[in-house]
Design a protein around this ligand. Structure first.
Ligand SMILES: [Zn+2]
Length: 446
């Protein structure tokens, strides 16, 4: 039973009074949401007929019933009040995708577009992609690597300052990669046409350059550090999926990031790279395709999260069947990883590893993020466990557990609504009807 459920009439009146008495400051904005069913936290049972009161951008109270007395006083006081009727809907906290790429959507022309698309164009398009993710119910996303860090930092800041509607963004800037490694986007291009990649571009060899690369990304605005610990499927390199960063490089990256209060997310497929990254102290393993018994043991001994990105694997497997969609060296890797994804997920889930929701959207189209849920359920999670991974667990990985992940007083007024119970059919989350972000209705039916 939630002790915050009670909201006294006196408190409501004083809130409204304070809103009215300072004419020079904008009046407080109330959003009153009547929820047919409310799953305020994936750790507590859903409740029927609940009224959620959002003051400005934060949850103020959750009340039993649709017309509690405190609300009557609030309505009569003439403050800025928006009432939202979701009495026939199932309401839950805004979803969190821990792995997206806002500056891209993969297609056959992606590599050529790197040479033709300007930063301003990519920025405008990233704003559209961010909005698609938000409309799909993802009120918080983590951008895990871009060739254009300034674009994502600017988008994050413009949204945060209320200039644009979009999800809350946690951004990595440039991924840290070895020369020619998974994060080196210039691999396979004519060297006369591209500048030599430096630590400032995320490309670093040896512990000293790794320290500089991490410090530079943080200097220009990174919230989190991404490292490509192993080869990757979509990089244009016939270099496999095994460990790329040496142990001393991983150690330098993690120590530098942690010393500046940033977490480290490690892209890793091969078990050698997964295990080296966890030993080095990274905070999450992204993908984790070939995790083995030693990985499980290391995960359990550490505080490391697993972000399985099943949608990315399913997407590359499907695209690998389209003739010419990927270059031959990419196609080979895409076919390799596909059969391992669900087995890897099942193993991780059954071992009780902390699994946070992430899709690698950008590999798949923006706005389809929720397709990950059905894959997680196929891999052995209950729908509620998958929802927990996309709310509570994801908020912990991002270090935002005091702000998002559940609906309770003091946390963000970020919520979504669907028509049917998603704990019965998780694909219902692919049909999000209403999105409220920081107390503002940003998507509604029609
Ligand atoms: Zn990725």
């Amino acid at each position: 039973m939630n002790k915050h459920t009670f909201f006294s009439a006196g408190a409501a009146l004083s809130l409204i009074a304070s809103a009215l008495s300072f004419a020079e400051t904008p009046p407080d904005r109330y959003t009153i949401v009547r929820c047919g069913t409310l799953l305020a936290s994936a750790d507590q049972p859903a409740r029927q007929r609940q009224t959620l009161v959002i003051k400005n951008d934060k949850v103020e109270a959750i009340l039993d019933g649709f017309d509690p007395p405190a609300l009557t006083s609030a309505r009569g006081a003439g403050a800025a009040i928006t009432e939202v009727d979701l009495s026939d809907k199932y309401v839950l906290p805004g979803l969190i995708d821990c792995h997206v790429h806002l500056t891209m959507e993969f297609d056959r022309e992606l590599r050529m577009r790197e040479f033709t698309e300007s930063d301003p164009f990519v920025t405008l398009r990233a704003a559209v992609y961010a909005r698609r993710d938000l409309d799909a119910g993802f009120t918080t996303v983590r951008d895990l690597g871009t060739g254009r860090p300034d674009v994502v930092f600017a988008l994050r800041d413009a949204i945060q300052q209320g200039m644009l509607i979009g999800p809350r963004i946690v951004a990595a800037g440039h991924a840290i990669s070895i020369t020619g490694g998974h994060g080196d986007g210039t691999t396979g291009t004519r060297q006369q046409l591209v500048p030599i990649q430096r630590p400032e571009d995320g490309i670093a060899d040896g512990p000293d350059e790794c320290r500089k690369a991490v410090r530079f990304q943080i200097k220009i605005g990174a919230d989190v550090i991404k490292v490509t610990a192993t080869g990757g499927v979509l990089s244009v390199a016939k270099a496999g999926l095994a460990q790329q960063e040496f142990d001393d490089e991983l150690a330098a990256i993690v120590a530098t990031a942690h010393s500046l209060q940033r977490k480290v997310a490690a892209h890793a497929h091969g078990s050698d790279g997964i295990n080296a990254a966890i030993r080095a102290g990274v905070d999450s393993i992204e993908h984790g395709t070939y995790l083995d018994d030693e990985s499980i043991r290391l995960f359990k001994r550490s505080n490391c999260f697993h972000v399985p990105t099943l949608l990315a694997t399913a997407t590359v497997a499907a695209n690998a069947e389209k003739p010419g969609f990927y270059l031959p060296q990419v196609n080979e890797k895409a076919r390799q990883v596909a059969p391992h994804a669900l087995e890897m997920f099942r193993k991780s889930h059954e071992a009780g590893i902390k699994i946070a929701f992430g899709t690698d959207t950008g590999v798949s189209p923006h706005g389809e993020n929720a397709r990950e849920f059905a894959l997680m359920v196929k891999g052995g999670m209950t729908p509620l466990e998958a929802i927990r991974a996309a709310t509570i667990v994801a908020s912990e990985l991002l270090g935002l557990e005091k702000e998002v992940g559940t609906l309770e007083p003091g946390k963000a007024g970020d919520l979504i609504a669907v028509s049917q119970d998603p704990t019965r059919d998780v694909t219902e989350l692919e049909r999000v009807q209403v999105v409220i972000r920081s107390g503002q209705v940003v998507k509604s039916p029609g």
